[in-house]
Design a protein around this ligand. Structure first.
Ligand SMILES: Cc1cc2nc3c(=O)[nH]c(=O)nc-3n(C[C@H](O)[C@H](O)[C@H](O)COP(=O)(O)OP(=O)(O)OC[C@H]3O[C@@H](n4cnc5c(N)ncnc54)[C@H](O)[C@@H]3O)c2cc1C
Length: 401
């Protein structure tokens, strides 16, 4: 079929969805369930798995029309499941796993978390030490994960664990789906500088995972993890807000609310306007770059463009919010509450001051900016690789802290 007729088909299906399930009168999970069943969840996934096997470009058409009707947004309810879990399951999962997990993940009935980082393994996540040992048709897991976003809400977790300590680090890992409610899985809150605890520590003590919950082959966990990681970068840095949406809106709102400058403020205001204009242009360039990247992307693992977008977005968000709180003067230092809460969403903010604090983490979460630059240098610019002293060395023999 031609691109135009695919688009018409999608447009018709969206209108049918809206007619049958008006967003105002429908429970979010029912609306999202109907969206999934219509193949409008991830339009590039295959039929029966929330898609129609069409070009990913068409997802934007769907999302924009649904946003105009204020329909519920799956990503907001389950960001890690939606942005990272689903592409990993669809690429590496069995048919039974796709049938079991994708729909409740999309509706937000089952929240997902990602358990990669450990106290001794962050940027170098392949050095991780949590172990999984096969015992009959189950694996026994022991170890600790850290910075696990939304683990306190999660029904399922994506886990990579060491299954062969004698293999070099990238080859001795296996990837699993973990039932976060199973015995031996303990979740404890970790507080961040906004006062909230979006993330957690997760401890595994003889937790059991059925072998059917493995994603990919034994020892091939790194390959599966790359699908998650590359999608994570897109998920964090690849957002496509409407023009003047996202963090630049915070700056514009504050700017538009400023009182007329006094005579001695006029020169300073002109400089600030110049700065705001530059930031506005950067926001628009980033938005257009992300639109282009999303149109080039197909199902599965995005390329290094996700890392480029992620590091640019991290830097941009910080600059915009630095500027915004400085525009606010002394009010920029005020903050409503540091009470510890375990939120239901990630990266949410209700005031520029909170956004300022939260976005500091953008250059760490999902891989640091330095690591993104390494990927950019090696995979885009073709520069020599980072120094790797443990290449080919069995994991067991690599010194660790
Ligand atoms: C808000 C937030 C949410 C998170 N959520 C999750 C989650 O849900 N699941 C999960 O598994 N993890 C999560 N993380 C963890 C995140 O992925 C790690 O923090 C990140 O990968 C960095 O690891 P690290 O903190 O151990 O820092 P380290 O790896 O110890 O890095 C320390 C410093 O060294 C630099 N560095 C390290 N290696 C290199 C290198 N090769 N070249 C140049 N510089 C280098 C880093 O850039 C950094 O500045 C989250 C983190 C944050 C902040």
């Amino acid at each position: 079929m031609s691109e135009a007729s695919d688009e018409q088909r999608v447009v018709d299906l969206v209108e049918q969805l809206l007619a049958d399930h008006p967003p105002k009168g429908s429970a979010p999970k029912d609306f999202l369930g109907a969206q999934f069943d219509a193949g409008l969840a991830w339009v590039h996934f295959t039929e029966g798995h929330g898609g129609l096997g069409l070009s990913p470009k068409l997802q934007r058409t769907i999302n924009e029309r649904l946003a105009a009707e204020r329909a519920p947004v799956a990503m907001a309810r389950n960001p890690i499941g939606h942005g990272m879990g689903a592409p990993t399951i669809v690429t590496h999962g069995s048919d039974a796993q796709k049938a079991r997990y994708l729909r409740p993940l999309f509706t937000g009935e089952e929240v997902w978390c990602q358990m990669f980082s450990e106290p001794g393994a962050g940027s170098d996540v392949a050095s991780l030490a949590t172990t999984a040992v096969l015992d009959g048709d189950e694996w026994t897991v022991n170890g600790q994960k850290v910075w696990t976003t939304l683990a306190h809400l999660a029904r399922w977790g994506m886990l990579i664990a060491r299954t062969d300590p004698d293999a070099p680090k990238h080859r001795g890992m296996t990837y699993f789906v973990v039932d976060m409610h199973s015995p031996g899985v303990e979740v404890r809150p970790l507080r961040q500088m906004t006062g909230e605890a979006e993330f957690n520590e997760v401890f595994f003590t003889d937790a059991r995972i059925p072998d059917v919950e493995r994603l990919g082959e034994v020892g091939d966990g790194w390959h599966v993890a790359l699908t998650t990681l590359m999608n994570e970068r897109v998920s964090i840095g690849g957002g496509i807000p409407p023009r003047e949406g996202g963090v630049i809106r915070e700056a514009l709102d504050v700017w538009r609310g400023l009182p007329e400058p006094t005579a001695d403020q006029v020169a300073e205001r002109a400089v600030q306007k110049d700065e705001l204009t530059r930031l506005w242009i950067d926001a628009e360039v980033l938005r257009l770059t992300n639109i282009r990247a999303s149109q080039m992307r197909s199902v599965g693992t995005p390329g290094p463009e996700g890392s480029v977008g992620k590091s640019l977005a991290a830097d941009h968000n910080k600059k915009v919010l630095d500027f915004t709180v400085s525009l606010m003067g002394a009010e920029g230092m005020l903050y409503t509450s540091y009470e510890m809460v375990r939120p239901e969403a990630t990266m949410s903010w209700d005031c520029p001051q909170k956004a300022f604090l939260r976005m500091r983490a953008n250059s760490i979460e999902g891989g640091t900016t330095e690591v993104m630059k390494n990927i950019l240098g090696e995979r885009v610019l073709g520069l020599p690789g980072d120094v790797r002293t443990d290449k080919g060395v069995p994991w067991r023999e690599v010194p660790r802290n």
